[in-house]
Unconditional design. Structure first.
Length: 196
């Protein structure tokens, strides 16, 4: 006797349970409970679940401008509080004030310290053309480089001596009009040229 295919509603209900109310045994327990072949639920989650967040480095946040701050003063904006690493995760989650001590984290409204592997900070002694500065990042898309140069030009920035880039496209920048460490936010740009 052939098995009847599962309805779309059943699949979505099981995906919702798997993602939001996973039992102690995880996906394998749900598959066993419903007589599904191992791996079936993973496939359903992949096709029917929410899209995954954008991967780090797939798009980059850029802040570009000119600063008169010294290297040390410019860099201090990214420093964590001396006692940050002594806090437990639960303490940080429960705190009603910033515990990072980091200017970038405060400005972005981040509860936890940024991922240092995703941050690039450059401060030069003298300004260079914006494109030259942006090319110092990991961006590979010429269209994005052109958009960065155009975005800077709209703000009257043609050369600059400072830039920082954050490679977590899932991190929201809610206030795009404010200055961050004295630099304007230029935008979020794809790091590679789309192949579509």
């Amino acid at each position: 006797m052939a098995k009847t295919p599962h309805s779309e509603a059943f699949k979505r209900e099981l995906v919702d349970e798997a993602l939001n109310r996973t039992p102690r045994g995880g996906f394998p327990e749900l598959e066993k409970r419903h007589g599904l072949k191992p791996g079936t639920l993973f496939d359903w989650v992949e096709t029917l679940g929410p899209p995954p967040p954008p991967a780090p480095f797939s798009s980059l946040h850029f802040w570009i401008g000119t600063t008169s701050l010294s290297d040390a003063d410019f860099g201090a904006y990214f420093d964590a509080a001396d006692d940050y690493w002594s806090h437990e995760v639960e303490d940080i989650e429960a705190a009603d004030t910033d515990l990072t001590g980091c200017g970038l984290c405060v400005d972005l409204g981040m509860r936890f310290l940024y991922d240092e592997d995703l941050l690039l900070v450059i401060r030069l002694e003298t300004p260079v053309p914006v494109r030259e500065l942006a090319e110092m990042s990991t961006i590979e898309s010429d269209a994005s480089l052109q958009a960065i140069v155009a975005g800077c030009a709209e703000r009257g920035i043609h050369s600059a001596n400072a830039m920082f880039v954050y490679a977590d496209p899932a991190e929201p920048v809610r206030d795009t009009a404010k200055l961050y460490n004295g630099l304007p936010y230029i935008g979020l740009f794809p790091s590679k040229t789309s192949t579509k």
